[in-house]
Design a binder for this molecule. Sequence first.
Ligand code: AMP
Ligand code: MG
Length: 427
Amino acid sequence: MEAAAGMISVDEARERILAFFDRLPVERRPLLDALGQVLAGDTVAPFDIPPLDNTAMDGYAVRAGDTAGASPGSPVELRVVANLAAGYLHETPIGPGEAIRIMTGAPMPPGADAVVPFEETDEPLREANAAPSRGALVRVLKEAEVHANIRFRAEDVRCDQVVIPAGRVLRPSEAGVLASIGLNEVAVYRRPVVAILSTGDEVTEPGQPLLPGRIYDANAYSVAAMVRKFGGIPRLLGISRDTVEEMTRKIHEGLGADMLVTSAGVSRGDFDVVKDVLAREGAIDFWTVRMKPGKPLAFGAFTAPDGRRVGHLGLPGNPVSSMVSFELFGRPAIFRMLGRTDWERPMVRAITRDRVANTDGRRFFARCIVTQGEDGRWYADLTGPQGSGILTSMSAANGLTVIREDLAAANPGDEIDVMMLDWEHAP
Ligand code: AMP
Ligand code: MG
């Protein structure tokens, strides 16, 4: 049952896992629910944006020629024939010597070819907020250039243009652009549902009393939070005792999901029910991955009642190992199902201020804090003790060192690669 003796690299483990997963089917979602999902088709504009020429300023719509020679010393007086708010059309053309008081966004009245901002008129001298009545005169203090302060029809988007191509991740700007062409729903690749099962007789649900010798279930929560942060939908299956019956039952409850994640029970020395269940019920590989923390990892698949193959990632039990393994292997799987390819974290070259020893030829993901020095360079400090049970080391960190497996140690002053966990982009 225990396949693949010998160690595999992080990259190989990741490739094998990625090879299993595909992009999920398309669904229609309300705009806000689709944040972080990938747009399944090109979005084509059904009209121009802006749909009409309109004013970019509060001011007076004029015929620029009427303002020729205007200056503070010899203002030009125009007759105010209307007061136009955004959202309303003024259909009568403006005539010679006329002006229309107009608010930002209001469509340009026919005949007007410039907007004189309030600041270039005697408007500021009027009583506070007193709009001139129809027929009143406005004094223009500066000559207007043709087209001044006008936003032109279609200057942003032209009708039938692709405004957002297929494959783009929906961010706040995409939500805005889609809404601006009138859409409140989009077609996106479905979010993966990830079922999460903790295993172990000692593991206790947070909120319950803790018996002597027991521990609370950290892994289900750290992993579920990562699933959600990466764009998936976590489904907590709870905790299974180390019995074949309970584990089998709980795993079957999770097979409606797109992926199943278990924690603990995959290490070599374990007296392991997970292994038995997996070997009996699913196709499974137990890997020893050349990484620290982590090392034992299981990957396989169960067949759901509807015939779908549900990928299963068996994480190590130690809380740091579990998180780092899910970061390295669960994140790409979720992104692949979402249709995203940008799962690589931003990397930074930083100068380590600590010695990072790499004892046994594994890639070392030490928890560190990266900060920028006054010299503008990036520095990395370890968070403290690096045991794989010390979960506060993850909480303190903003990055993971990536010390290559063939490097025995990085010494203070050496440049190292750090994978940044909180950054959206490399600096
Ligand atoms: P195992 O992989 O079962 O040998 O577990 C390795 C270590 O991780 C043990 O100290 C377990 O008690 C601990 N552990 C297992 N599951 C969890 C969990 N869900 N939350 C926190 N620690 C756990
Ligand atoms: Mg155990």
